[in-house]
Design a protein around this ligand. Structure first.
Ligand SMILES: [Zn+2]
Ligand SMILES: [Zn+2]
Ligand SMILES: [Zn+2]
Length: 311
């Protein structure tokens, strides 16, 4: 084996990778290769001008790899850049976020904006003051909230994961309650972040993992993941520098977060039978509340210690 390395503009490399994924998406379920091998094979096929084919060897192969099918998938490849209006109109040098890559300079944004295939869409953060969930479907974020969350977090929010935010799922951190929306987590910027399919699945199905999202007093948005061993990793929304005002937008829903373990609240009503999912969500709500309490106490301690003169 040997290796071919191509150096090109970040956006072209990102598009090339998306195109390869659009090509290999056409193999049938019986193709024996790993995704990485399919990508390599697809890249070599395109460079050499040969056909990329399914390797299942079956007579009833259902691969969708005709030139038209591949072309139709490639035509749907979209690469997102989140840029402030003042950068785009040249009155500011604030960098922008290229999804799946990271920050790019204002100059680089202008080069991308000048491409014949570039399309600019304006997003008004003020829309979030009116509503953040789609009218008629309280579970779905509005188009504005969708793009703002992806731009703000930049990647999957699981610690160490760099999957592009625009390819990720938008996950309600405190689970949305479809039966009783007021009882679950709201569709709001304080409660939703991007998670790649893998980490979304890990949170949903693996035991012991817990995540949380916090908007601090300065309007900075943080995410937290607690491992089954009890270690908590907290990180600031990656692109707070790009959209610092987002966390200052007030919530329009009542507070949520469940009953704190030390509140003295006693369930005196008749016990309802909870579904397993409901029980899991309740547990997570209580754990999040406990984690928040521990954090607040630690912060109060730190403040108290800072207040002691060093002499
Ligand atoms: Zn096949
Ligand atoms: Zn991830
Ligand atoms: Zn909120």
């Amino acid at each position: 084996m040997s290796e071919l390395i191509i150096t090109a503009a970040a956006e072209d490399v990102r598009i090339a990778k998306e195109v390869l994924d659009a090509v290999i998406a056409g193999v049938c379920p019986k193709d024996p290769r790993t995704k990485q091998v399919r990508r390599s094979d697809a890249a070599m096929a395109r460079l050499n001008g040969t056909a990329f084919t399914c390797q299942c060897g079956e007579d009833d192969c259902t691969a969708e790899l005709s030139a038209e099918q591949v072309q139709a998938r490639c035509a749907r490849v979209v690469l997102h850049v989140v840029v402030r209006e003042e950068t785009l109109d040249g009155t500011s040098e604030t960098p922008a976020q290229l999804d799946g890559f990271g920050p790019i300079s204002a100059q680089h944004v202008h080069e991308i904006a000048a491409r014949s295939d570039a399309v600019a869409r304006k997003v008004d953060l003020g829309d979030l003051l009116d509503h953040q969930a789609q009218p008629g479907n309280n579970y779905r974020p509005t188009a504005t909230l969708d793009v703002v969350l992806r731009g703000l977090f930049g990647t999957c929010t699981w610690p160490g994961c760099s999957e592009p935010a625009f390819a990720a799922d938008l996950d309600h951190v405190c689970e949305y309650d479809h039966d009783d929306p007021a009882a679950g987590g709201p569709t709001c910027l304080c409660n939703i972040n991007p998670k790649c399919r893998f980490h979304h699945g890990l949170k949903t199905s693996a035991e012991g993992w817990l995540d949380d999202q916090i908007v601090d007093a300065n309007g900075v948005i943080w995410t937290e993941v607690t491992t089954p061993e009890g270690f908590t990793v907290r990180q600031q929304a990656l692109n707070t520098w790009l959209l610092p005002e987002v966390g200052l937008i007030p919530c329009s829903h009542p507070t949520f977060g469940g009953t704190r373990p030390d509140s003295g609240h006693v369930e005196d009503g008749p016990q309802r039978t909870k579904s397993r999912t409901k029980a899991k969500h309740d547990y997570r709500i209580a754990r999040r509340a406990a984690n928040r309490r521990i954090r607040e106490e630690a912060e109060a301690r730190e403040l108290a210690e800072d207040g002691v003169p060093p002499f």
